[in-house]
Design a protein around this ligand. Structure first.
Ligand SMILES: [Zn+2]
Length: 491
């Protein structure tokens, strides 16, 4: 089962403990050989990675296909083994996110999204992306970022225990993690490109496919007009990086190496069936009704409120009423815990300071309804709270806030919480995601003609052209594999 609603409680503490161990020191940069001042030692970097990894996974979720996970890790390990830190203990993970991105955290933890995997066309291209991220780690760019933000006196430790509760659109968790994912400088990116191209080539991958990644990213960026965090930070321009990596690749193969691999067919085999875009199994809205097929529940958010389904929470707000609510999934250590016992465990663990309420039986699930006192960065707050046990050990936690107790908004929040029920409607329950599918052309033709013949699809011709790093007007020979996105069953 994949679920994109994960617990977020632990994250601010993790970030705090990561920084608490940071002390100033001077160390040698493994990739450059230069001495540099860093507040974080190599062993501390490894500890930061180890401690932050579960938080990243909780926030974004791992992609559920273990074959894809093993494949990305094997390519990553091959590249990392020829890097400046071959024995670091590297980890490569595919995140269950449709966003086109890849990033690294200190200590050798590299993350790549299923979103970017869909847009790559060969194992050598994947090796280039992973090599680039390895370069950020070996050149200790992340550690330098931490050092810099500490110097800038970012008030990290201010944030207290309770959740991203009631901070719609920017969970506290994301804010904390954001510090590890600060944009790199232009010089850092250039250096990571150099190191990544070198590592990929040393691992016997043909670096001449690496520039395609930047032409693809440029087109994805232009199409969406959106921010592509991390990998495609706004600087340097991906067009410049395409040219620069072309030069690097030419230099890398100038010695006349003939044994370099691209492995496009093997790559295609591994991404056949990859989930594309938002996965409705992980929750979706139809108007103000929220459905979560994997967790088997549905609920109705208040009429006219703005809602947002994020990887680790669902938030809803009504600006004019000054009201908010947030839904997250929580786990109890004791799988037999009742909602009442679960609330008591939150008190015992000091995640909440006070609770008043009572057990209730919803139509399908046992619940606890009441108020909790919780610490947030605005001090202590009394929140409307509902904890609904949807499975042994799993609770849907709903927190709400309105201007004053008993007002219209608080009535709406309570009614919304009580609407949570088992998802029975087969049409809503049996949804499936859009998926990538490779089709081999059986004749010569223009890309547009050939793709139009491949049956109903989820993407426009232009998007499918970007997916394949081809032009819609290009003539394609017979026998060319083309990636298309087949539409799943969902609204
Ligand atoms: Zn980078």
């Amino acid at each position: 089962m994949t679920s994109r609603l994960h617990r977020v409680l632990a994250i601010p503490l993790l970030v705090a403990s990561v920084l608490a161990v940071a002390v100033a020191g001077c160390s040698t940069n493994p990739a450059t050989g230069k001495r540099q001042i860093s507040f974080v030692s190599t062993s501390q970097e490894a500890a930061m990675g180890r401690e932050s990894d579960p938080a990243v996974i909780a926030e974004y979720g791992l992609y559920g296909d273990s074959t894809v996970q093993r494949y990305a890790d094997s390519v990553g390990q091959r590249v990392a083994s020829v890097s400046h830190l071959p024995t670091l203990g590297w980890h490569f993970r595919v995140l269950d996110s449709p966003v086109v991105n890849a990033f690294a955290i200190p200590g050798g933890y590299i993350y790549i999204t299923r979103g970017i995997l869909a847009y790559l066309n060969s194992e050598a291209q994947l090796a280039g992306v992973l090599g680039h991220e390895c370069g950020h780690v070996t050149a200790r760019h992340s550690a330098q970022q931490i050092t810099r933000s500490q110097i800038a006196g970012v008030g990290l430790l201010a944030s207290a225990v309770f959740v991203g509760a009631l901070r719609p659109y920017t969970g506290l968790a994301q804010q904390g993690l954001g510090l590890l994912f600060l944009k790199y400088s232009r010089d850092n990116e250039t250096q990571a490109d150099e190191l990544g191209t070198g590592y990929a080539t040393k691992a016997d991958y043909d670096p001449r496919v690496i520039p395609e990644t930047y032409s693809m990213l440029k087109r994805v960026g232009e199409r969406s007009g959106a921010q592509l965090p991390g990998f495609l930070s706004t600087h340097p321009d991906p067009g410049d990086r395409e040219i620069r990596t072309s030069q690097l690749a030419q230099a890398a193969v100038a010695g006349g190496r003939r044994d370099l691999q691209i492995e496009a067919a093997r790559y295609r085999r591994h991404i056949e069936g990859l989930v594309y875009g938002d996965d409705p199994r992980a929750g979706y809205f139809v108007a103000n009704r929220f459905y979560h097929p994997d967790l088997g529940f549905e609920m109705i958010f208040p009429d006219g409120w703005k809602t947002l389904n994020q990887p680790s929470s669902v938030v809803a707000s009504n600006q004019s009423l000054g009201a908010l609510m947030e839904l997250t999934l929580q786990f109890s250590k004791d799988s037999t815990a009742t909602p009442d016992q679960f609330v008591r465990s939150l008190l015992d663990e000091k995640k909440i300071q006070d609770a008043s309420g009572r057990s209730e039986s919803f139509r399908d699930f046992p619940a606890w309804m009441g108020q909790v006192l919780a610490s947030g960065d605005g001090g202590r707050k009394t929140l409307i709270a509902g904890f609904v046990r949807i499975r042994p050990g799993q609770f849907v936690q709903m927190l709400g806030q309105s201007r004053s107790a008993g007002d219209a908004a608080s009535e709406q929040i309570l009614a919304s919480i009580r609407s949570l029920a088992m998802l029975r409607d087969p049409e809503r329950r049996n949804v499936t995601a859009d998926r990538l599918h490779v089709v081999v052309t059986d004749r010569e033709g223009t890309f547009t003609d050939l793709v139009s013949r491949m049956g109903p699809q989820a993407l426009s011709l232009e998007e499918t052209a970007i997916l394949n790093n081809m032009r819609a007007t290009a003539t394609i020979p017979a026998g060319t594999p083309i990636k298309i996105v087949q539409k799943g069953r969902h609204p």
